[in-house]
Design a protein around this ligand. Sequence first.
Ligand code: SF4
Length: 63
Amino acid sequence: MTCPYLAYRSEAGGESFDTERAYCTAADRFVQAMRADVCNDRYDLDHAEDCEIYLAHADGGTS
Ligand code: SF4
């Protein structure tokens, strides 16, 4: 399962790219390549445990 906040966009916040990139709708910014592994639960990573942005939103903190 991937993170529910993960989206793919080619444009946001004044940045645009030729291809779609991983975008975090919780943080409203593009995701760095290393963190995209967490967003997609690749390897032994889990967005629900390893992403502080997800955890902050899951707690109902900042949204
Ligand atoms: S950065 Fe965190 S909250 Fe955002 S899409 Fe990735 S795992 Fe989800």
